[in-house]
Design a protein around this ligand. Structure first.
Ligand code: MF3
Ligand code: CO
Ligand code: CO
Length: 251
């Protein structure tokens, strides 16, 4: 069931999206070599609380922390920890989801630690562009599957692995709502976009194989099967009357 948001709900989603972008921006400003991913978590948590919001990941289906921090070959759902120290050459995704006045804003982006490899840089730039290709496919009457088609078409010549095991998602008063938003080409979802739908576009792209494996120990951390690097960017997007509005732009 896809919820169409009322204009009052859309306004609350704008506020939540803006706050998520702010938390990501401020947390990202603390990224540097030698700090732990836990210190980023703790900063984001305190900042979120100070704004009267809550960190949606904390205790979500048992997730133990307030943000996701996914380093190098981690595709998504990396758990911040104090033993994980950022080092020169690492790439990091920080994924922030806040719940504010009952509604969610969800956004993530990549960070570079020191000097990263040429191929890591290219992967990050291509993944961000791929997200925008997906977002630009948002228009009432277009199919939800047009988003994944655009992303795959853009990435096709580059031989990356586009992750299939995790998708974007509807979002609102619930963290994850219908519909799933695949980032690859498929014919399963024929549903069309309508004004008032809100969902995330959050492609995960691997330098190697597209397949993922979830840690048996923590049940969350998803890594690439072949150890290759992975990148991700995410925005929360509203289907507007004549296109889209990105709700998680930092301003
Ligand atoms: N923020 C992630 C997403 O984009 C979801 C994280 S679920 C958590 O959908 F439990 F790991 F936080
Ligand atoms: Co999301
Ligand atoms: Co997210």
């Amino acid at each position: 069931m896809i919820y169409i948001k009322s204009s009052a709900e859309i306004q609350k989603m704008r506020d939540a999206g803006k706050l998520a972008a702010e938390v990501l921006h401020e947390t990202g400003a603390r990224v540097r070599e030698g700090i732990s991913t836990e210190s980023l978590n703790d900063f984001a948590h305190r900042y979120t609380i100070s704004k009267g919001a809550i960190s949606a990941p904390l205790n979500y289906k048992g997730f133990p922390k307030s943000i996701c921090t996914s380093v190098n070959n981690v595709i998504c759902h990396g758990i911040p920890c104090k033993e994980e120290i950022l080092k020169n050459g690492d790439i990091l995704n920080i994924d922030v989801t806040v719940k504010y006045k009952g509604y969610h804003g969800d956004t993530s982006r990549m960070f570079r630690i020191g000097k990263i490899s040429q191929e890591a840089e290219q992967l990050i730039e291509d993944t961000e562009k791929a997200m925008w290709k997906g977002i630009q496919a948002i228009l009432p009457g277009n199919k939800i599957s047009d988003i994944g088609d655009s992303i795959e078409t853009f990435l096709k010549a580059k031989n990356y692995g586009v992750v299939r095991d995790f998708t974007g998602h509807g979002i609102g008063s619930y963290f994850h709502e219908d519909p799933p938003i695949p980032h690859y080409s498929q014919r399963m979802i024929q549903e069309k976009m309508r004004p008032g739908m809100i969902f995330t576009v959050e492609p995960m792209v691997n330098l190697g194989d597209w397949r993922s494996v979830v840690s048996k120990e923590d049940q969350w951390t998803a890594t690439t099967v072949d150890g290759s690097l992975s990148a991700q960017f995410e925005h929360t997007c509203l289907v507007s009357k004549n296109g889209y509005e990105v709700l998680t732009i930092y301003s």
